[in-house]
Design a protein around this ligand. Structure first.
Ligand SMILES: *Cc1c(COP(=O)(O)O)cnc(C)c1O
Length: 373
């Protein structure tokens, strides 16, 4: 096995670079005697709401819970269809199933890999769905205006899965305030990650936010009075304090991702590598940097031999996973993406020079005749 020169992900440089601030935050919580539903969570909720441009943020235990609780808060009849993209991490679909609802897959657009509004229009016209959960996949905002126009006309809510989109903007504004709600994950590897699990919902609807605050804490606003059947999904004080610290550094880390994505784009576009299209007026959070190539597995092996670690997002689409396989869905664009996608390393653990070096290795791997830059 070749030595890894360019790891896909290394979470240490990010957090160790601010180790003093993180240690101070953990120490403060330890000495406070308050470990759940306290001032650190409230502080983080208000800082995070401001960051993503939303009036309300409700912190919960994970990104999956953010989606699940929001779907439950809508009180849709059991078994209602929920439109989900055919190409996403499986959590988007599981949240629907766990909420007692039924995922209705909508294929993605080949150019941007997010939910295709024309396909969505068809399932909405056929009255197959009572809610839509689009995903800002790889950090790229989905076609929000088109999707909202379709849903507003039909009177159905839009819940954005924003688990990969911290820092993304759409028409100049952060993506967290549009639609009915946006659901976020603070899984360690996300653009804003805890040192453990975490999640949040942002919304402009104060009634929904209040309902979510109960649902995350046993359906209770007043101790031992339970108006709803809720669950236990609370962002603890230690993770909240750490996330408040990390949030202050997010713009700097985002800038690093943006520069690396630019370097990749400038090197790979001229040699004809298919990339995720970036529509004008939209700025991706660059959570991942996917490329799409025939012969993906061979390229991945070649890059590994050169010390470049890559990952596939995702090798198997949700509709081919065991819990959904018997429903016989065919989603050709999502299926071809699963065969061709390869994610290059990106993030604060890499320098611009690293990104440039990785790009050269990819260019040479795809075209051994190309001159060395
Ligand atoms: C990470 C992720 C989730 C789930 O978040 P967790 O915090 O791991 O539960 C949901 N949707 C997408 C698209 C994700 O990438």
């Amino acid at each position: 096995m070749a030595e890894v020169r360019f790891p896909f992900l290394d979470l240490r440089p990010e957090v160790l670079g601010i180790a003093d601030e993180v240690t101070e935050a953990v120490d403060r919580v330890m000495r406070s005697g308050r470990y759940l539903l306290g001032p650190e969570m409230e502080r983080f909720e208000s800082d995070f709401a401001a960051l993503v441009g939303a009036p309300e943020a409700v912190a919960v235990g994970s990104g999956l819970d953010a989606l699940l609780l929001t779907l439950r808060a809508l009180d849709l009849p059991a078994g209602t269809g929920v439109a989900v993209p055919a190409h996403t991490f499986v959590a988007t679909w599981f949240a629907v199933t766990l909420a007692g609802l039924r995922p209705v897959p909508v294929d993605v657009r080949r150019a941007c890999l997010t939910m295709d509004p024309e396909r969505l229009f068809e399932v909405v016209e056929r009255k197959e769905v009572g809610c839509v959960v689009p995903v800002h996949l790889y950090g790229l905002p989905c076609h929000m205006a088109e999707i909202e126009a379709i849903c507003d006309r039909a009177g159905i809510p839009v819940i954005y899965d924003a688990a990969q989109a911290h820092g993304a903007t759409y028409l100049g504004a952060a993506v967290g305030a549009r639609g009915t709600a946006s659901c976020w994950s603070f899984y360690p590897g996300k653009n804003l990650g805890a040192l453990g699990d975490g999640g949040a919902i942002t919304t402009a609807d104060p009634v929904l936010a209040e309902r979510l605050r109960r649902l995350r804490n046993y359906g209770s606003a007043v101790k031992y009075h339970h108006e709803l059947v809720g669950i236990n999904s609370r962002l603890d004080e230690i993770q909240s304090a750490i996330l408040t610290v990390k949030l202050r550094h997010l713009p700097r880390w985002q800038e690093q991702r943006r520069r690396q994505a630019d370097i990749y784009r400038k090197a790979l576009e001229p040699v004809g590598v298919r990339l995720q299209e970036q529509p004008s007026g939209v700025e991706s959070a660059h959570h991942l940097f996917p490329i799409f190539v025939a012969g993906r597995d061979a390229l991945q092996r070649h890059l590994a031999a050169e010390g470049v670690e890559t990952l596939v997002h995702y090798p198997v689409p949700p509709h081919h996973q065991a819990p959904y396989a018997d429903r016989g869905f065919e989603m050709p664009v999502a299926e071809s993406a699963c065969n061709e996608e390869l994610s290059l390393p990106i993030g604060p653990h890499l320098t611009d020079k690293d990104a440039w070096a990785v790009a050269q290795i990819v260019v040479r791997a795809l075209d051994p005749a190309s001159p060395q830059a």
